[in-house]
Design a protein around this ligand. Structure first.
Ligand code: HEC
Ligand code: HEC
Length: 290
C-alpha cells in the first residue's frame, strides 16, 4: 500500500502503515489538542515569571511574587513546636495519675504515644505491645523491673544490658553450661518451676527441685519464686513467659542462661517523649488488665 492511498470511506489519505489489513488514516491533529498545548505552554511562561522556577549556578529565578515555601514550612514547624510545648510542658510537670485523669491530655498522649511506640518499640515488642518470643509483653502487668511510670521511664532512659553507663543488668546465669548444676538437677528444677504455675510432676522430683531452687535461685527470684524487680528477675509463679514455659524452652533458659538486650533511649527520645510512652503504656494496660 502506498502513501498516496486514500481511504474510500472518509476520503482521508492513509499513512501507509497497515496491521493485519487495518490501515492508519493520516488525519490532522485535532484543534482541541493544539489549543491545550498552547494554553499549557503560555501558563508555564506565566508561572516562570511569577514563581521561583529556574535553577541558576548559585541561585535561582525567584519570580516577581517573591513566594518562598521554605519560610512557610519554617513557620509551620515553629507553630507545631509551640503547640507541643504547651501541652508537653504540662505532661512534664503533671504526675501520671493526673495525666490519666485528664481526657484532653490523654487524647494527645494516646495519639503521640501510639506514633512513638510504633516508630521505636513495635519492632521488638509488637504493635500492640504484647511482646513475643524473647521480648516481654508490656501490658500484661507482669514486670521484670516494675511498671509504674517512673520505673518504666528509667528503664527506657538506661536500657537493659545496654552500653549506657547506668544500664540495668539482667543476668540469668548459665547454670548448666557453666557447670553450676549437673544436667539432672537442671531437669529437676525445671519440674519444680513449672509446678509453681500449676504444671504437674512427681512429688519427689518437685521436692528435690525445690531444694535446688532454694540453693541457687532465690537470691534473684526470691524465696517463693515471685521474682525481684531489683534484679530484673521475673516472677516464675505467673503464667507469663518471655522465653517460654514448656520443658525445652525452660531447660534452655536454665542451662544456657538469658541476657535480654534492650536499647537505651536517653539520647534518642526526649524526657517528655519517654513519659508520653510510659503513660501511653499504662493506659493501654488499664484497658487490658482488670
Ligand atoms: C531491640 C529490641 C527492643 C526495642 C527496639 C525495644 N525494646 Fe524494650 N525490651 C527489649 C527486651 C529484649 C527486653 C527484656 C530484657 C530482658 O529480658 O531482661 C525489653 C524490656 C523492656 C521493658 C522492661 C519491662 C519490664 O518488665 O520491666 C520496658 C518497659 C520496655 N522494654 C519498653 C520499651 C519501649 C517503650 C520501647 C520503645 C521506646 C522499647 N522497649 C524498645 C527489647 C527491645
Ligand atoms: C543472678 C540472678 C539470677 C539467678 C541466681 C537466677 N536467675 Fe533466673 N533470671 C534472672 C534474670 C535477670 C532473668 C531475666 C533474664 C532476661 O530476660 O534477660 C531470669 C529469667 C529466668 C527464667 C525465664 C523466665 C521467662 O519469663 O521466660 C527462668 C525460667 C528462670 N530465670 C529460672 C531460674 C532458676 C530455676 C534459677 C536457679 C537455678 C535461676 N533462674 C537463677 C536472674 C537470675
Amino acid at each position: 500500500m502506498s502513501v498516496k492511498d486514500r481511504d474510500p470511506l472518509t476520503g482521508h489519505q492513509t499513512t501507509g502503515h497497515e496491521w493485519n489489513g487495518i490501515t492508519e488514516l493520516n488525519t490532522r491533529v485535532p484543534r482541541v489538542v493544539w489549543f491545550f498545548i498552547i494554553v499549557t505552554h503560555l501558563w508555564a511562561v506565566v508561572v516562570w515569571i511569577l514563581l521561583p522556577s529556574w535553577p541558576l549556578v548559585t541561585t535561582y529565578t525567584k519570580g516577581i511574587l517573591g513566594l518562598d515555601q521554605r519560610e512557610e514550612v519554617a513557620k509551620k514547624v515553629v507553630a507545631a513546636n509551640t503547640d507541643r510545648a504547651a501541652w508537653g510542658d504540662r505532661i512534664k510537670s503533671m504526675s501520671a495519675d493526673e495525666i490519666l485523669e485528664n481526657p484532653e491530655l490523654m487524647a494527645r498522649v494516646n495519639d503521640t504515644g501510639h506514633q512513638l511506640f510504633g516508630d521505636n518499640c513495635a519492632g521488638c515488642h509488637g504493635a500492640q505491645a504484647t511482646g513475643g518470643q524473647g521480648f516481654p509483653n508490656l501490658i500484661d502487668g507482669s514486670w521484670l523491673w516494675g511498671g509504674d511510670t517512673e520505673t518504666v521511664m528509667e528503664t527506657l532512659r538506661v536500657g537493659i544490658n545496654s552500653p549506657h553507663p547506668d544500664t540495668r543488668w539482667a543476668q540469668m546465669p548459665a547454670f548448666g553450661r557453666d557447670g553450676l548444676l549437673p544436667r539432672g538437677d537442671v531437669r529437676m528444677v525445671v519440674d519444680y518451676v513449672q509446678s509453681l504455675s500449676g504444671t504437674e510432676a512427681p512429688a519427689d522430683r518437685i521436692a528435690a527441685g525445690a531444694e535446688i531452687f532454694a540453693n541457687n535461685c532465690t537470691s534473684c527470684h526470691s524465696n517463693d519464686g515471685t521474682g525481684n524487680v531489683d534484679a530484673g528477675a521475673p516472677n516464675l509463679r505467673d503464667d507469663f513467659w518471655i522465653y517460654g514455659g514448656d520443658d525445652e524452652a525452660m531447660f534452655r533458659t536454665i542451662w544456657a542462661g538469658r541476657q535480654g538486650w534492650m536499647p537505651a533511649w536517653e539520647d534518642r527520645l526526649t524526657e517528655t517523649e519517654r513519659k508520653i510512652i510510659a503513660v501511653y503504656l499504662q493506659h493501654a494496660r488499664q484497658d487490658t488488665v482488670k
